[in-house]
Design a protein around this ligand. Sequence first.
Ligand SMILES: [Zn+2]
Length: 426
Amino acid sequence: MLDLILRNAALPDGRRGIDIGVRDGRIVAVEPTLKAEAGRSIDARGNLVTPPFVDSHFHLDATLSVGLPRRNRSGTLLEGIQLWGELKPLLTQEAIAKRALDYCDWAIGRGLLAIRSHVDICDPRLLAVDALLQVKKQVAPFIDLQLVAFPQDGVYRSPGAMELLKEALKRGVDVVGGIPHFERTMEEGRASVIALCEIAAAQGLMVDMHCDETDDPMSRHVETLAAETIRLGLQGRVAGSHLTSMHSMDNYYVSKLIPLMAEADLGVIANPFANIVLQGRHDTYPKRRGMTRVPELMAAGLTVAFGHDSVMDPWYGLGSGDMLDVAHMAVHVGQMTGLDAMASCFQAVTANAARLMQLDGYGLAPGCRADMVLLDAADPVEAIRLRAARLKVIRAGEVIAETPAPRTALTAGGSPRQLSYRKEPG
Ligand SMILES: [Zn+2]
């Protein structure tokens, strides 16, 4: 006797007519025509069932703070950082936790059940660290929250930041962060990458740095990050977030850089919303897009994921926790409109992001955790096209959120009918 069977599902790998059996919070069977009884049965009606969405780059301490203490007038990255600096002294632990928990509710509704959030440690009170460690515990039944110790103002540039970062790790923050391009000089940026990777190696932690988030083609901290990963034996445990300078780099240099990154098994996290609105701001025309070289990095075998980065905060006033929105933007910014390329953008907000975060038991195979999302779409490309409704969000075999399929009642022409915007097969 099983706890749950999802019948007649389409899977992201293209299999159709699949039944998924669940017992004790784990997937125990994935096969056509599963012969078993279950306490609850859900008919997927041929729709797509995916493992949950995963956001590998977010800022939960800043989310939903838009307008506090004022709006970002220029819309630039630097005014965003300045604005966040103005807000920091006014924050309370309760207010940070409340906004983060509100966002986590949105995430659950969107089937986003794993988030890697950076947490700013450049605050002597470490309020955001304590707030998000508390939130992590509170949401653990529903969301896998991984925290990155992020020195927003520079680990060398901001007095005391290195000690605060170490203290944040001591309190339970999971991953070592950094921001080398924001240090005062290239030399200090390079030194910060080395020092932070050494901390991670000594403590057995993962690394995820905001790295080269600039249009400067000479900002090359990603090279140091890859080289340090290899030197310290951290392969597969280090990610570079943004890497937007790669958009502007010399092509010959990149032809040497990408193989180095592949040797380091470096994770790559692009943030298409942030990149398309924050990069190229000093350009007149032509205006650069700024997103890193996603198709080329994927072709070289690197694990590439997409993050939302910001939702309604000093850097970005829009968003609702929808990783299909993120994938949709990436398809356009990266000109990834080929069929396989679109499918790989779905991977970048699901399986690739899970691999980067080293999520345990993620996937749709027997033995995996029974965390799944049933979508109002036939396949990953249709899911991206429609930003399809999450009909059912399932965590450990329990339905934790439901959204009805949106349908338009059309009365034009006198014969009432329903529109789903889904193409009939054939
Ligand atoms: Zn970020």
